[in-house]
Design a protein around this ligand. Sequence first.
Ligand code: ATP
Ligand code: 3PG
Length: 396
Amino acid sequence: MFMNKKTIRDVEVKGKKVFVRVDFNVPLNENREITDDTRIRAALPTLQYLREQGAKLIVASHLGRPKGQFNEKYSLKPVAKRLSELLGIEVKMAPDVVGPEVEKMAGELQPGEVLLLENVRFYPEEEKNDPEFARKLARLAEIYVNDAFGAAHRAHASTAGIASYLPAVAGFLMEKEINFLSRVLNNPERPFVAIIGGAKVSDKIGVIENLLGKVDALLIGGGMANTFLKAMGYETGKSLVEEDKVNLARELMNKAKEMGVKLLLPIDVVVAPKIEAGVPGKTVAADGIPAEEMALDIGEKTAKLFREEILKAKTVVWNGPMGVFEVEPFDRGTVAVAEAVAESGALSVVGGGDSVAAVEKAKVADKITHISTGGGASLEFLEGKKLPGVEVLYDK
Ligand SMILES: Nc1ncnc2c1ncn2[C@@H]1O[C@H](COP(=O)(O)OP(=O)(O)OP(=O)(O)O)[C@@H](O)[C@H]1O
Ligand SMILES: O=C(O)[C@H](O)COP(=O)(O)O
């Protein structure tokens, strides 16, 4: 299954001004230093290729959620610096996103040069997908390239609207992400096992529903598993539970049974009275959560059960941690799952910032077939939704 959209290989870019939308929404610390540049590195193949082809690059991204106002805290300046280092050339930083000054800077670019625009979300028109703003962005260039997979689920001016005014194609990162996710969803080698965790069922209902029709086994851990345990009639103490989703969890379990899909829930959990580093967790059976405690991780027996299932898999997709993995010792279940995925030798796709962090913590990132740069975007894809940032691109 391959993406049926044109890519930068299908257009002539030599000497042309190319508007490249990337997702440089990277984490920064309080000194505004980039703490993880994965998303910048992931866009390099597209940027390098375009430079080598003699294109003039106008690169655009959002950073955080500045709510439609200029705010130095959300400036892309630190990104321009990092990108300069990675590309080994000076990336010019535009003082604005649109307007005469930016148009002039874009017009003066030489083949192979790169101009980074300021945060597109400094304008409220960006998130409103305002056609006039999209037209202003389009005026900066002759071709539009979308490589921002992480923002492809947003129908914004720079991810979707702009494509009405320019020839629009995908970059290499977009192509790679879509190809891996489509292969997993539409043509998985079996057994196909999905692992879903994280805080809330409500965030992932659509994903679970869609995956039930595709997988051989679905393993549920993390905070969301508590809502399922409650649906089974178990006492969940002070655990995170979505009371209004208990019936839905029951329906999903029945549906899995009807469809012959193996749905595995925790059989034991690690509990503690509070979430605090170093608090000794206690392992109890899933139906034995004490009234005053919270389930914060899957237990060892569950980790073993999940591991056995994962080791049988030929395809694995994973989103969301198995517990409060940021706080030790509640990271053990998540790390065990990461290790099993790595050992399985299955084609594995991991998405969501937390699961990616867990894979890195377990030091197995190099054994994962594809680590997605998209959180929300990969979830929406797994839900079976069409991504606006992909839909607007030229068909092959
Ligand atoms: N048993 C639990 N009780 C409370 N919180 C939990 C539990 N298990 C996991 N969590 C929390 O869930 C959060 C992650 O959930 P989320 O649904 O955001 O995951 P994700 O999809 O990997 O993340 P992202 O938002 O980066 O895509 C973590 O902060 C973790 O501490
Ligand atoms: O970090 C992300 O998931 C993307 O950059 C999208 O960001 P957003 O959720 O603020 O639209």
